[in-house]
Design a binder for this molecule. Structure first.
Ligand code: FES
Ligand SMILES: [Fe+2]
Length: 454
């Protein structure tokens, strides 16, 4: 099926979106081309490739790529395809190597993708030239790091990474600024999970403040019945507090949390824990030690400034979600119109007490682990949406909640005073429409969840 831009424009309307954008394989293919083939896509963190020869295998949309530090120490993102007969070259998730070798006929490549050696070279035609760039593992045209977070764009031209991130860069700053030594590193492995539903559902859930009280009811009930006393090592408390706080009443979500959106589809949800319930509780002895380490390295004023940044999930559209308070980062991989894979990583704050990283892992186990009592609820919802949208029920999906109370934001976006606003979904769909209908392949300039009052 050929999808026209005019057809696409009709699928996103004020306060509603057509279910086709979550179910149509032709639209999914177009998204790979017009969104994942154009936007700045998060590929990995520099700490995953610390030394020359370190590599990490990932995807830009569905296209396999390799993030690698080359012999000169520069970071590259190269397409993971052998120039001979097309095999995937790098099959391990990560590692360290002097060269990449294709295991089909043994072509080898330098770390920057240039062809190094070809077995049986005398057998190739006379004009075969191993130094021809066409015989390389080709490089993704634009690769940029924002303070260690590496993004790549398959489009040769377009807005800079800084323009693309805009004010959302402050959420990445918050990830890094929380480290007493001013550096963070990915540590502790990766959680991988998958669901039978569209990739867009994932970011649509991570700032959804209206769902925990229903979706996570079973763990809220269990946590509310549990006494504090049984969790003496501190890590169990993180789980209990988090699960209990998911049960906060609507009055809390509607008055004390907030949600912020920015151009290009980005957004973040405010923190939803007060000091007594904060999972990174200010009264907690480990957290006190951490604050002392921060004050020693950064001074009291800067420490106070950092601690006052209170954000929950930050989403960089279209494939990244992270949470600075517990150093979590999730990468969304679209696989098919009804299949999505998500990888979750944890960061260690350099210079912080080691117990802080244990708390990070505890938090990951609570909300991102494959056996998590919270994540499994959300996966069930994604699957149910996938199934629900395949029915012959309502064609249009409602995304209008909160539009009456949304306000303009000082940094070019719109803000939901009320965190139960669906402003962040409207904002992502504005970006979606901008990418999908752009006459030239470049990032959309508009955004901000505009919602004309009826
Ligand atoms: S396909 Fe890679 S060497 Fe032949
Ligand atoms: Fe959830």
């Amino acid at each position: 099926m050929h999808v026209m831009s005019e057809d696409l424009s009709n699928l996103v309307q004020p306060g509603r979106v057509h279910r086709q954008i979550y179910t149509d394989p032709a639209i999914f293919d177009l998204e790979l081309e017009r969104i994942f083939g154009v936007a700045w896509i998060y590929v990995g963190h520099e700490s995953q490739v610390k030394s020359p020869g370190d590599y990490f295998r990932t995807f830009i949309g569905k296209k396999p790529v390799v993030l690698v530090r080359d012999a000169a120490g520069d970071i590259r993102v190269i397409h993971n395809q052998c120039a001979h007969r097309g095999s995937l070259v790098v099959a391990n998730d990560n590692g360290n190597t002097d060269e990449f070798m294709c295991c089909y006929h043994g072509w080898t490549y330098h770390l920057d993708g240039r062809l190094k050696a070809v077995p049986l070279q005398h057998g190739y035609p006379e004009n075969f030239d191993p130094s021809n760039p066409k015989t390389a593992m080709t490089q993704v045209p634009r690769v940029r790091s924002y303070r260690g977070f590496v993004f790549a764009s398959a489009a040769a031209d377009g807005p800079s990474l800084e323009e693309f991130l805009g004010h959302m860069a402050t959420s990445l700053d918050d990830m890094i600024d929380r480290a007493p030594d001013g550096e963070i590193e990915i540590a502790g492995g990766v959680f991988k999970h998958a669901y039978d539903g569209n990739w867009k559902l994932y970011l649509e859930n991570l700032c959804d403040a209206a769902h925990p009280i229903f979706t996570h009811r079973s763990s809220i009930d269990a946590a509310q019945q549990q006494s504090d006393a049984v969790h003496s090592d501190g890590t169990g408390e993180i789980a209990i507090r988090q699960m209990r706080q998911n049960g906060a009443p609507y009055s809390f979500w509607e008055s004390q949390v907030g949600i912020w959106t920015y151009p290009n589809g980005h957004s973040y949800l405010g923190d939803y824990h007060d000091d007594a319930k904060l999972v990174a509780a200010l009264k907690d002895p480990v957290f006190r030690d951490y604050i002392a380490a921060m004050e020693k390295k950064k001074g009291k004023a800067e420490t106070r400034r950092v601690m006052e940044v209170r954000r929950w999930n930050s989403n960089v559209y279209p494939n990244l979600s992270f949470m600075s308070q517990f150093q979590q980062l999730r990468v969304v991989h679209p696989v098919a119109v009804d299949r999505t894979v998500v990888h979750t990583y944890n960061f260690r704050l350099k210079g912080a007490p080691e117990q802080m990283f244990r708390n990070t892992i505890s938090f990951a186990n609570t909300v991102n682990g494959t056996g998590s009592l919270v994540l499994t609820d959300d996966l069930e919802i994604y699957n149910r949406i996938g199934m629900g949208l395949s029915s012959a029920g309502a064609e249009w999906i409602e995304i209008g909640r909160g539009y009456r109370s949304d306000l303009p934001d000082a940094h070019g976006g719109r803000r939901g005073v009320n965190s139960t606003s669906e402003v962040y979904i409207r904002n992502m769909l504005d970006a979606w429409l901008g990418y999908m209908t752009a006459p030239t392949l470049s990032s959309p300039a508009s955004g901000g969840g505009k919602y004309p009052a009826a």
